[in-house]
Design a protein around this ligand. Structure first.
Ligand SMILES: Nc1ncnc2c1ncn2[C@@H]1O[C@H](COP(=O)(O)OP(=O)(O)OP(=O)(O)O)[C@@H](O)[C@H]1O
Ligand SMILES: [Mg+2]
Length: 373
């Protein structure tokens, strides 16, 4: 499934944009401030009900308007096997007060998870370095994105884990702790925490070799790249034992110290943290490798089809040769891609000659299909 139509209302400077006939590789080009990133943000809004820029929802809504809406249709692209019926309509509306209304197939849905299952997104932007240089939470989210899309039971366990840890921390913060009640939450937390770890570990074992393979073609000179998964507690212990060992620290400080909420994926180059040794361009390649590995794995496992890539300013930080390698891999994956750049030549010159690009010119909040002369 791919996004074949898109309607954007009041996302930043995009007051009213209608795009039909979206294809596999869609390129949005235009000058600074024209609205290119906002197009990608709109697609992200449709798949995740929020922006990827980490800004408030208010900043996403066009000034002086109360809400923004994105509507899209997910369907098979022409030439992609048997054409589906008319496709699956999806819509997201966000108001300034934070309210969200989500509809899939004309019916209201309550969770963003449902959106994400229909439109799995991978984002690569100038800020994606944060995956390497930022705190572990970003890498956990990265890992969980993959687990969520390949393991149906994961989301339920994750929700259970969040509930348990919240309850346990609430108890730990109380002045006088009821040990029996704490033991109940500790047991439940240990169970669900082990389940989360086991899903993550299985997924990681599939992801890691895939990442290495991709990096071997993207950056053969970085031949000592390695991913390491950290579960969030001493690997010699069961989670229950780790929680019991941590009892004094947890009760003294009023929160649970160890567990899947502390997990991490370390990216090492020659045994050193990639964030501390690699150049900016090399870091961007590693981030691309991480994200492409997830997309490939998802397509291979076939649980939810292929994911859609949103790539803001692909050539930034990458030299010509490496941009070509990334584009070659993207093209070979046959996934739907939305890319932005300033001038169309930037992408034309690095995308494989055999690949077809659908171009859109973005100009002061308007988006028009661009037909090459
Ligand atoms: N809430 C808002 N309401 C109206 N306009 C906004 C809002 N937020 C941002 N803008 C404007 O929207 C425009 C589009 O921003 P966007 O980041 O999409 O541009 P861009 O084409 O990606 O530019 P660049 O090439 O610099 O990355 C900018 O001119 C920005 O000032
Ligand atoms: Mg931009």
């Amino acid at each position: 499934m791919a996004l074949t139509q898109l309607q954007i209302n009041h996302v930043r400077n995009l007051r009213q944009v209608r795009l039909q006939g979206l294809q596999r590789v869609n390129v949005f080009f235009g000058s600074n401030g024209s609205g290119k990133t906002s197009v990608l943000e709109s697609i992200h809004l449709l798949g995740m009900a929020r922006s990827f820029r980490g800004t408030s929802i208010k900043s996403l809504i066009t000034h002086d308007t109360p809400m923004c809406t994105v509507f899209g249709v997910a369907a098979r692209l022409p030439g992609e096997g048997v054409p589906g019926p008319s496709g699956l309509p999806m819509g997201v509306q966000r108001s300034r007060n934070g309210e969200a209304q989500i509809k899939i197939g004309g019916k209201p849905v309550r969770t963003v998870a449902e959106l994400a299952t229909h439109l799995p997104l991978q984002v690569i932007t100038a800020e994606s370095f944060g995956l390497l240089t930022g705190p572990p939470v970003g890498r956990r989210q990265y890992l969980d994105w993959g687990v969520f899309h390949v393991e149906q039971q994961f989301f339920g366990q994750w929700q259970r884990f969040q509930r348990c840890i919240k309850q346990r921390n609430n108890l730990l913060r109380r002045g006088k702790i009821d040990d029996r009640e704490l033991a109940v939450w500790t047991r439940d937390l240990a169970q669900t925490g082990e389940a989360i770890h086991s899903y993550r570990k299985n997924y990681f074992q599939m992801l890691s070799p895939r990442f290495k393979e991709i990096m071997a073609s993207l950056a053969p000179s970085l031949n000592q790249l390695e991913l390491r998964y950290k579960r969030g507690w001493d690997r010699q212990l069961s989670y229950l034992d780790a929680l019991q060992h941590g009892y004094s620290a947890d009760t003294e400080q009023g929160y649970t110290h160890s567990g899947p909420q502390r997990a991490d994926v370390r990216v090492l180059s020659g045994g050193h943290l990639a964030a501390e040794t690699l150049s900016r361009g090399q870091q961007k390649l590693v981030v691309c490798g991480l994200k492409l590995a997830q997309g490939q794995l998802m397509a291979q496992l076939g649980t939810r089809g292929k994911c859609t890539y949103l790539i803001d300013d692909l050539p930034s930080e990458l030299d010509h040769e490496h941009s070509m390698l990334v584009c070659g891999l993207l093209d070979s994956m046959d996934a739907q891609v939305f890319i932005t750049c300033i001038g169309q030549e930037e992408i034309r010159s690095v995308w494989p000659q055999t690949g077809e690009l659908t171009l859109f010119h973005v100009e002061q909040g308007t988006v028009r299909r661009h037909c090459a002369a």
